[in-house]
Design a protein around this ligand. Structure first.
Ligand code: SF4
Length: 328
């Protein structure tokens, strides 16, 4: 009988988002506060051995999908080495990565060779001036070169995540669609979420994605579509093209009923829900010498306290931590 991690709502938790660093080389204004420096110390980070052990144990408990995130995961040294070790673990069927691609030009090949199967890249604008403004000084060119290097390295589909904000970048939705058609990328639109003060500020530009869908439906014939992946996106295809567009709607149409994931932060804290503070620290327990069976019991104890859903609409002031602390 295959092992399965199930929470008290009967949801099968087969997907772990693994944050390998809380640091990032960008400061997207809906995520990390400008000038933020209060990062964890490297000695607090899980080592590669500890990460490999936790992922091995999650694999033995039935977790099938691992997504490597950050902050920006590519700022963690020797990431391809860690990816290679995780890709060999029994039970892990899908090893993917989310990145801002500023460092992807050099790392796309080694990550592909290491066993990363799919890549999601954050890109909110195609205008260099606006990119600089949204990311607190980032260079758009680096990201475009990173995207093209990921495609060149054989990643397919490369998925682009665009956080749509009213009056900030919603005038570029059609341009982003055309960009993805031209480069054979998959496009996903994401609604803003009130995570931390930065997330709450960005939520002042919140736009329900049904509005974006209706706008695109005036220009394109959109037909229902499916896509591989364990995520909550609902997809349509632009008829006459291979482009799939996904909508990730935590605010207007949440997907908590079918939630299949938990998040592990770089310091070994298991966060049970993106929209709640419920968490379970594992690092100190591991460093205190617990056995694998004890670790499995602690993980099950954590899953037993997994909240039913987020309260982004009912209680937007609730969350202090911002997105990059658990990598979205
Ligand atoms: S907000 Fe929480 S319960 Fe809802 S889908 Fe995200 S992690 Fe799952």
């Amino acid at each position: 009988m295959t092992a399965q991690l199930t929470d008290k709502y009967g949801r099968n938790i087969e997907y772990l988002r693994l944050s390998v660093t809380d640091r990032c080389d960008l400061r997207c204004n809906y995520c990390m506060p400008e000038g933020f420096k209060d990062f964890g110390e490297p000695e607090d980070w899980l080592t590669f051995d500890e990460i490999e052990r936790i992922i091995r144990v999650f694999g033995e408990l039935g977790t099938r999908r691992i997504r490597i995130t950050g902050g920006e995961p590519l700022v963690r040294k020797n990431l391809p080495e860690l990816a290679a070790r995780l890709s060999l673990l029994p039970g892990i069927e899908d090893l993917s990565l989310s990145s801002n691609a500023t460092r992807m030009q050099k790392q796309a090949e080694p990550l592909k060779k290491a066993g990363i199967s799919r890549i999601n890249i954050s890109l909110d604008t195609l205008r260099a001036d606006r990119f600089k403004q949204i990311t607190g000084g980032g260079k758009l060119e680096k990201v475009i070169n990173g995207l093209l290097a990921a495609k060149e390295a054989g990643f397919h589909p490369v998925k682009i995540n665009m956080v749509v904000m009213r009056g900030v970048n919603d005038d570029e939705v059609e341009d982003m669609v055309q960009f993805c058609i031209d480069h054979d990328f998959t496009l996903r639109f994401i609604e803003t979420m009130p995570m931390g003060n930065t997330g709450r500020e960005a939520s002042l530009q919140y736009i329900p994605l049904s509005e974006i869908h209706d706008r695109l439906a005036k220009k394109y014939n959109l037909v229902k579509a499916n896509m591989n992946g364990g995520g909550p996106a609902r997809y349509v295809r632009v008829e006459g093209t291979e482009l799939r567009i996904g909508y990730i709607t935590p605010m207007s149409q949440h997907f908590c009923d079918t939630c299949n994931r938990v998040r592990l932060s770089v310091d070994g804290t298991l966060y049970l829900c993106l929209g709640q503070d419920d968490s379970y620290p594992l690092r100190e327990l591991m460093r205190a010498g617990i056995t694998d069976d004890e670790l499995k019991q602690h993980i099950q104890n954590a899953i037993d306290i997994k909240p039913e859903k987020h309260e982004f609409s009912d209680n937007p002031q609730k969350l202090v931590r911002f997105m990059s602390m658990t990598g979205g």
